[in-house]
Write a protein that binds this ligand. Structure first.
Ligand code: ADP
Length: 586
């Protein structure tokens, strides 16, 4: 681009001009084109041009839309004055010389400009002028400005001046245009950089905000990032409830839970779906008792939080000062409002799910309690009958009652398991953690399993490591070991050998229950810890069971900060389960 003025010179009608004139103009072209700062270019055009055409004063104006802006004026004595004044084009309509230059796109010469039509502040200066040359600054066939050179002496501009003046106007037009384009390009690049930076900030903020786990922290972080990006002094996030908003989050936690009426301008803003800028009165009105909370702030930027076409809340930024928010702030708040809306919606969903879970667990607890009472009564009567409390029983009746008693016991076990599930899932099962000796927990569990072990002629061995101690809830550990031993005794097709052992494993103690029973197929291994899930082996399905034992045991282990896993298993060869719990220091 910088080469263009030189190209113009090559094509210019300068042939025949004295060599030094050409030299001076080439020098000037290079000089003028050497800068891309519009002010610098204007200064060089005026300084070099005024001398080159032997004028006493040069004035450069730009044509912007339907206005003329007088940029600067330069006097031969060496002073350059920046003017920056805007005038309507009408002023120049009254100047035939200007009109002629602009319409013909050619330099126009004449006596001084019409005094009575000139802007009052120029009249004084114009009074001294004898001769004037008006040069249109043309680019792409359009006038983008003009240069006016004046001579104070009786030395008119002549046809001899036309060639250098035409050249000067071409050089100046191009140089000015280049500088303006460069300036626009720079501004556009700057805007693009700013937008990119804002987007990056929004992505950063989204990552940062989403990395918080608790809702109040998530919203707090969102407000923090949004305020910083918008340059706000205060901020709040509210959910909408009918004709009110309820504050969900503020940076200090102040006002959370308070209700505010929705003012008409807010309602209008919400329905437009766009960010609106409001005064304190327009945003909050003056709800009684809340004036002091709004008092520090004069201006608010309010973004509706919308998801799926529904506005569910408001994100508001507040400023203590009176000056309006930066337009970039409006754009950046729009991005934060999208994030805010999603967070608020997710928070609602999570809360609803939690409430539903809670309700379900409560229902299950009540239902199981109601079930257990009659089962206990029935079980009691059956025991009494079988013990002969109601007289000698015929064999056939005894058989039936024995089956009924077994089934009642199974039903009680199921009811107990369901109750534990309900408590575990309702998060009402809090472990009472203490120091537990592994030996105690294991020997007691083995003792409880003894009757069943004898029934199936099992051998239960306690291996080493039982002098270790764990930090756990003794009753919970007992329940887990009962489940594991019970399964080991149940899922075997011949009298099983069961080994219970313990060993220190870093900060944890690993308790293992290994059997040589039927094992678990690879396909079942991935499912057995799920709720109500049982193995698919025929030997499993023909035995009674709920598919809750491992699910519950793992839940209990996790409640105590431990874990329960199937360490290894092979169909037909047996299984080893490992329960890991925090070790208690000696
Ligand atoms: P349930 O015993 O009531 O079926 P569990 O949750 O205790 O429920 O066990 C789930 C399934 O895991 C069992 O149905 C069985 O298929 C398998 N399983 C558990 N322990 C063993 C074991 N020691 N040997 C073989 N299979 C087992």
């Amino acid at each position: 681009m910088a080469l263009e003025p030189a190209a113009v010179i090559a094509r210019s009608p300068l042939q025949g001009q004295p060599q030094e004139d050409v030299g001076e103009l080439v020098q000037m072209a290079l000089d003028v084109a050497g800068s891309l700062d519009p002010r610098e270019v204007i200064a060089r055009i005026l300084e070099r041009g005024t001398h080159a055409v032997q004028a006493d004063r040069g004035t450069l104006s730009s044509l912007v839309d339907d206005h003329i802006v007088v940029e600067a004026t330069y006097g031969r004595a060496g002073e350059l004055t920046w003017v920056g004044q805007r005038y309507s084009l009408d002023y120049f309509e009254g100047q035939p010389l200007v009109k002629k230059a602009i319409e013909s796109l050619q330099p126009a010469f004449g006596g001084r400009l019409a005094l009575e039509k000139a802007a009052p502040e120029f009249r004084q200066a114009l009074a001294n002028v004898r001769h004037v040359a008006v040069l249109p600054l043309v680019h792409g066939g359009n006038v983008i400005g003009m240069l006016v050179f004046s001579r104070y002496e009786e030395k008119p501009f002549t046809e001899d001046d036309r060639a250098p003046l035409t050249l000067l106007s071409a050089i100046s037009g191009l140089a000015l245009r280049n500088a303006r384009l460069y300036e626009e390009g720079e501004a556009a690049r700057l805007r693009a950089d700013e937008t990119a930076a804002r987007l990056r900030a929004a992505v950063d903020a989204a990552e940062d905000v989403a990395s918080q786990l608790r809702l109040d922290q998530v919203l707090g972080r969102l407000l923090e990032r949004a305020s910083a990006s918008v340059g706000a002094d205060g901020a709040s996030l509210a959910r909408l409830e009918g004709s009110e908003m309820v504050i969900e989050s503020t940076p200090t936690g102040e006002l959370v839970g308070t209700r505010w009426p929705l003012m008409p301008m807010v309602v209008a803003g919400v329905s437009s779906g766009r960010v609106v800028e409001l005064s304190a009165a327009e945003y909050t009105g003056a709800p009684p008792g809340m004036e002091s909370a709004v008092q520090p702030y004069r201006r608010f930027l309010v973004a509706p939080l919308a998801v799926g076409g529904e506005t569910i809340g408001l994100l508001a930024m507040a400023k203590a000062g009176d000056e309006p928010f930066d337009p970039a702030a409006v754009q950046s708040l729009q991005q934060f409002s999208t994030l805010g809306a999603l967070l608020l919606r997710n928070a609602r969903l999570i809360e609803q799910t939690r409430e539903a879970e809670q309700a379900k667990s409560e229902f299950m607890s009540i239902a199981v309690h109601e079930l257990r009472a009659p089962l206990t009564v029935t079980g009691g009567y059956l025991s009494m009958a079988l013990e002969g409390a109601f007289g000698e029983l015929p064999k056939s009746l005894r058989d039936v009652l024995e089956t009924a008693q077994r089934k009642t016991e199974e039903a009680k076990t199921i009811a107990n398991e369901l109750l534990t599930v309900a408590r575990l899932e309702g998060k009402v099962l809090t472990p009472r953690v203490g120091r537990v000796l592994v030996r105690d927990a294991v020997t007691r569990a083995v003792a409880r399993a003894r009757p069943r072990a004898e029934l199936v002629r099992a051998s239960v061995q306690i291996a080493g490591g039982t002098d270790l101690a764990i930090l756990a809830d003794e009753a919970m550990v007992g329940k887990i070991l009962d489940n594991l031993l019970n399964n080991a005794l149940t899922y075997a097709d011949r009298p099983p050998t069961i080994r219970v052992g313990a060993q220190l494993d870093g900060q944890q103690v690993s308790l293992t229950v290994a059997d040589d029973g039927i094992g678990i197929s690879g396909q079942d291994q991935g499912r057995i810890f799920q709720r109500f899930t049982r193995g698919t082996d025929r030997l499993v399905t023909e035995k009674p069971g709920t598919g809750l034992g491992l699910y519950l045991s793992r839940g209990l282990a996790e409640q105590m900060g431990g874990s329960l896993q199937l360490q290894s298993s092979q169909a037909g060869k047996g299984s080893t389960f490992v329960l890991r719990l925090p070790a208690a220091g000696s």
